[in-house]
Design a protein around this ligand. Structure first.
Ligand code: ADP
Ligand code: MG
Length: 814
């Protein structure tokens, strides 16, 4: 019980050596002197206390060195007497002493509440992270590591480095700096002393003092010209090294659940249960791909012995995750191709010829190639499962129309599903126009008249019989919808154009031969499966303007054949894209006005508001009013947002298309597919909020004609990162490159449909790791060749994994 006493003696002696400059300890002697008084509860009569009480207001610090000398000598004398024998409570904190109640035999499914030392609060917080059992603990992997493996002496510490030291606590006590409460300590080893401060943890002192020799790890900073550590990780040196002196795991966590708790829990779970984790990969695969065995990988991913071990462990776990996905994707593709029951659909040459000749343009080479590939697939009795990938404006719609015509000509129904009502309605009219053009010479008379009713009957000259195109969206009136559904079920409708409404339960087709999904990135695997189920074995064509990086083509879209439209219709110069600083806003408005004066039209896109469609709509209304009243009082403005009814949207789009509006103010709803060739400039507010691929989609809205088009990117955010991203938009016109860039910068987010793809959240693997994805793809193909149903004993573990992963989309597998 004389530790504090002895420590203070050391300090005072050092103070003598330093010639009473009060720099022997960080922060000066006063706090330490006071602490001794309270720590030992020194009575007022104690000599030590009397010396202190004789000091002036600000204490020792205020004294002249000569006075200090005397005081120090007095204090040393007082200390030479035996310290009062007071019992200091030395209870250890339980966090560090957590002990599992359950020793063997235990099971991986043991609930975490059995781990001793875990409070109920912790248990419920763990549950919030999805951690309920020992297995969950083992599979809750760190998302990063602090590299504290550099252990050195205090004299070797360097500012800015992450380092570890082993030292004694010399002093420790609560303090306040300004208004911030903290614990301040001075620690020392043979080479020197160091100030350490833990912000916001004023009650740490006692634990520190009673913990013996400490290991501390953290970043070295400077305080008043001297080195210090702030909020370092620490633990007693004789304890397991979980928090210091190594690569220290940092786990995804939640408020109020300290890393220390997670680390201790992981260590306990590993000691007890890691060896019970069975290797789900067949041994041959493990050795062929040089993978770490599962129990070792679990150990090393939590507490790696080295960086190499950590990487090997993560590779093993990522391999397992990706292989599971690939098994599902490859299997799904095989199952799909085994069904030789799809209706072969053929487009008679005369019909194709008639259709092509009726078009107001000549198909591009890419469109013709895509048509050939698709028609070849459709002619088989194996269901087509193809992705048509083409940049915005590359002309996917007419390719879809050709395929749908093949279905109709073969006596089957075709359906096309779009992500928004606006787009469904546009497709509806486009088909009406494309398929009717031969009869009327111009579809324009019909263009808008068909709306309002749920269907239109066309008689293209190249078809023997009339063709009924039906629109099915959520906003049809009940009567119209029933009528549409009846026509679809009775087989009277040849082509059905719709939104999600198409895949609702109450919709059933009489003979669906082909389903097309437009803007696939807005849908998920589940919707694809649902559309497929509307027919016996229909062919499926999915279309997207989002270029699919190779990694995603192998995973999320791994069961599809891919056709790329790599050619734009002729005579469309690339869009000129410019960043606009906030102070150049008026110039941008003026530029829009010039374009309008020249007969063109413009879009203004409002910033993305995440909260809700309603909030976004309100923001758009405000922007619309501001522009109408203050910026363009003399121009004709329109407003488009997601909360408008479809007839309102339609009226606006129609007016815009007919050049009755000069400027269309819109939320992101205009992003997909809208087609108004006379619009040549798009001004995007809050451009930093959008992803690159999405900005490219917007830009595609104005690349629709031979006029030079412009895209202006406005942002208040001047950060270099944002500017760099937008600079990429200025320089790169290739949607493919932008998508790769997006994937690199933002990771595979919602934009690529990964979130809705039915894929699990990957814990270790990254969807950007092409090499590993390719490796697992090949492994999956080989495994399924040798053992198509994964029935062999050594493959059962994998079969289980795959089943767990794919059960939620089994509808598609079976
Ligand atoms: P996207 O691939 O973005 O869906 P669309 O199918 O909407 O593109 O076509 C964009 C525009 O280009 C439409 O106005 C369409 O009529 C027109 N278009 C399509 N193919 C051609 C072509 N071969 N030549 C000229 N214009 C074309
Ligand atoms: Mg389109």
């Amino acid at each position: 019980m004389t530790e504090g006493w002895e420590r203070l003696r050391g300090m005072l002696q050092l103070e003598q050596k330093k010639r009473y400059t009060n720099v022997a300890v960080v922060g000066g002697l006063d706090p330490h002197l006071q602490r001794i008084v309270s720590e030992y509860r020194l009575p007022a009569t104690h000599r030590f206390r009397q010396v202190l009480e004789a000091l002036p207001g600000r204490g020792y610090a205020e004294l002249h060195p000569i006075q200090r000398k005397r005081v120090v000598e007095e204090l040393l004398k007082a200390l030479a007497e035996a310290p009062p024998a007071i019992a200091r409570p030395a209870a250890r904190r339980t966090v560090a002493g957590m002990q599992p109640k359950v020793r063997a035999p235990g099971s991986l499914e043991a609930p975490v509440s059995l781990f001793k030392g875990l409070s109920r609060t912790y248990v419920s917080k763990l549950e919030r992270l999805g951690i309920k059992t020992a297995r969950d603990v083992l599979f809750h992997f760190p998302h990063r590591y602090n590299d504290f493996s550099n252990v050195c002496t205090i004299s070797e510490l360097m500012i800015g480095q992450e380092q570890s030291i082993i030292a004694d606590v010399w002093t420790a006590g609560p303090t306040t700096v300004g208004r911030r409460k903290a614990t301040e300590a001075v620690i020392r080893d043979d080479t020197g002393t160091l100030r350490v401060i833990w912000w916001g943890q004023p009650f740490l002192a006692r634990t520190l003092r009673s913990s013996g020799k400490l290991a501390l790890s953290g970043k070295v900073t400077a305080f008043r010209g001297r080195l210090q550590m702030e909020n370092p990780e620490w633990e007693p040196v004789d304890a397991d090294s979980l928090n210091t002196r190594r690569l220290v795991p940092v786990y995804p966590s939640t408020e109020g659940l300290p890393q220390k708790v997670l680390r201790k829990l992981a260590r306990d779970a590993i000691e007890l249960f890691a060896d019970q984790v069975s290797d789900e990969l067949p041994p041959a695969l493990v050795s062929k791909h040089k993978l770490m065995p599962a129990p070792k990988a679990i150990r090393q991913v939590h507490f790696p012995d080295s960086r190499e071990q950590m990487e090997a462990a993560r590779r093993r776990l990522a391999f397992e995750e990706l292989l599971t996905i690939e098994l599902g994707v490859v299997k799904r593709r095989q199952v799909w191709q085994q069904d030789a029951q799809a209706p072969p659909l053929a487009l008679p040459p005369a019909v194709e010829q008639g259709f092509i000749e009726s078009l107001p343009f000549v198909m591009t080479g890419a469109q013709a190639r895509a048509n050939r590939a698709i028609l070849r697939d459709l002619g088989q009795n194996v269901s087509m499962n193809r992705l048509l990938e083409g940049d915005v404006g590359s002309g996917k719609t007419v390719v879809a129309a050709t395929a749908l015509l093949a279905a109709v000509a073969s006596g089957y129904q075709g359906a096309i599903m779009a992500p928004t009502e606006l787009l469904a309605e546009q497709h509806y009219r486009t088909f009406a126009r494309l398929l009717d053009a031969g009869a009327t010479g111009s579809g324009d008379g019909l263009w808008f008249s068909v709306l309002g009713s749920g269907f239109v009957v066309l008689q293209p000259p190249y078809l023997e019989r009339p063709l009924r195109v039906t629109l099915l969206t959520g906003s049809l009136k009940a009567g119209e919808r029933t009528e549409a559904q009846q026509a679809i079920a009775a087989g009277q409708s040849d082509i059905v154009v719709g939104t999600h409404a198409l895949i609702q339960e109450e919709v059933s087709f009489s003979r669906l031969g082909l389903g097309v999904i437009d803007e696939q990135h807005r849908f998920g695997v589940l919707q694809r499966a649902a559309l497929r189920e509307k027919g016996a074995y229909p062919h499926v064509l999915v279309m997207t303007a989002t270029p699919i990086p190779r990694t995603l083509a192998l995973t999320v879209y791994g069961d599809l054949d891919v056709t790329v439209l790599d050619e734009m219709p002729p005579g469309r110069p690339p869009v000129r894209t410019h960043r606009v600083r906030p102070d150049q806003r008026n110039r941008a408005y003026e530029f829009l006005r010039q374009q309008v004066k020249g007969g063109r039209q413009a879009y203004v896109i409002c910033p993305l508001v995440e909260e809700s469609e309603a909030v976004a709509a309100r923001a758009a209304v405000q922007e619309y009013e501001r522009l109408s009243q203050h910026v363009y009082p003399d121009l004709r403005l329109g407003l488009l947002h997601g909360r408008q009814g479809s007839s309102e949207k339609d009226t606006t789009m129609r007016a815009f298309r007919d050049n009755e509006l000069d400027v269309l103010v819109s939320t992101a709803v205009v992003e997909v597919g809208v087609d108004v060739p006379n619009a040549t400039v798009i001004l995007i507010e809050g451009a930093d909020r959008f992803g690159l691929a999405q900005l490219h989609q917007f830009r595609g809205r104005v690349r629709r004609s031979q006029h030079q088009a412009y895209c202006l990117l406005l942002t208040e955010n001047a950060s270099e990162e944002v500017q760099e991203r937008l600079r990429i938009m200025e320089q790169v016109d290739d949607g493919f490159q932008l998508a790769e860039e997006d994937l690199r910068l933002r990771g595979p987010g919602e934009y690529f449909g990964v979130r809705q793809s039915g894929l699990p959240d990957l814990k270790v693997a990254s969807l950007t790791d092409v090499a590993l994805i390719e490796e697992t793809r090949e492994a999956a193909i080989r495994l399924l060749e040798q053992d198509p149903d994964l029935k062999r004993p050594e493959n059962r573990g994998l079969a289980r994994r795959a089943a767990r992963l794919w059960e939620n989309i089994s509808g598609e597998v079976s």
